[in-house]
Write a protein of this length. Structure first.
Length: 158
């Protein structure tokens, strides 16, 4: 089985989660960072497509939205799994997940994952740091990336 993980990462957390996911999957996996692509990747040769992104300034990355929009009909013919990295937990995280992934794709997906997140001040620009300080009251790196959730997600796909 050939598996493709496509993701976009603003500060590296989604990339880190994607790498961990690769480690747990028992298939031939290729990783594509949408930030490094000049064109949409060809998904026809893959059996399973895993799409990942993170909440950045209230929404998922534009590159993830574009990938889904460009490949929507093809995705509905594949095994699809979706994951999101975000700092919120519980119902708030589910609300964010439902907001960023289209309903039809969520219904079609065989696995949905919430992997936690990170606030990495060392990776943020000045404006982002100021917003996080004001909104969250945080002034240093915080991580709640959930390896257990990533492993459980992989087990659903294996």
């Amino acid at each position: 089985m050939k598996c493709l993980i496509v993701f976009s990462s603003s500060h590296g957390t989604t990339e880190k989660a994607s790498m961990l996911l690769c480690h747990f999957l028992k298939c031939d996996v290729q990783l594509i960072d949408l930030n490094q692509c000049n064109s949409q990747p060809d998904i026809t040769e893959y059996d399973t497509i895993i799409i990942g992104g993170s909440i950045h300034l209230g929404s998922i990355q534009k590159k993830v939205k574009q990938f889904i929009k460009s490949n929507f009909e093809k995705l509905l013919t594949k095994r699809v799994a979706l994951f999101l990295c975000c700092m919120n937990e519980g119902e708030l995280a589910k609300v964010q997940f439902n907001k960023v992934y289209p309903l039809e794709l969520r219904k079609h997906s065989i696995a949905n994952g919430l992997f936690g997140g990170e606030l990495l001040f060392s990776q943020m620009n000045f404006l982002e740091r100021q917003i996080i300080k004001k909104v969250k009251g945080i002034s240093g790196d915080v991580t709640n990336l959930n390896e257990k959730s990533i492993k459980a997600f992989a087990n659903q796909l294996n």
